[in-house]
Design a protein around this ligand. Sequence first.
Ligand SMILES: [Zn+2]
Length: 272
Amino acid sequence: MWIDTHAHLDAAEFDADRPSVHQRSRSAGVACCVIPAVEAANFDTVRGLAHAQQDAYALGIHPLYTPQATQAHLAQLDAALHTHRDDPRLVAVGEIGLDGFVPELNTPEALAKQQQFYKTQLKLAQQHQLPVILHVRRSADLLLKGLRETPVVGGIAHAFNGSLQQAQAFIAMGFKLGFGGALTYDRALQLRRLAIELPLSAIVLETDAPDIPPHWLYTTAEQRAAGKPQGRNEPAELPRIAQVLAELRGISVEALAQVTCANARQALPRLQ
Ligand SMILES: [Zn+2]
């Protein structure tokens, strides 16, 4: 049994065949997916989907969506966290965080807005006693600074690709680190080293579907130029991604499944 701790199953990429995607995930042994929101406009969608598919969800405003987000959306998030506080499928505030990669989001003004949304959502997580699901892209140190100022009960640093020191700082704050398709690439030496060096107790698995395709779904720029689209990732790929990690760590797939599910439940206690 597996838990996909990060899958954007509400994404338009799944509109044509969402029930089959769900069916394939269960057939592959993925017992539960966590569906994070990205903006106020999809709060109802992720909640509805989590209930319809017996998955879990998180509510939050993603850093890539902060340019168009307003203060009213933060009030909407607060209200939704109140309204659904007894919903056992609501497991976290997310996806929130900071993106240090996209240039338009890193002008002084755009970064200040990212920071304000991050800080406000950390406070909401603190008030509502919920863990957070963090988007980390060239932003680990700034995220850690925010967590030191506004501590939360823990959560997941998703698609983690920072240093061992940064990973240890997240772990010390009660976080697990999310690993997925990126570690299936032979050239991902630093990430693979990290996935081997970290204590197994710190690792959770995720696909980030439909994004971050594992290498067997990846199409090169030339293939895309020739009309072959980028492969779509989905939760059913999780066991095969996990197999790569199990081999890297020299442990059995069964042991990895057991530990990473327990880790996911520790990071997101409502998954129990
Ligand atoms: Zn995401």
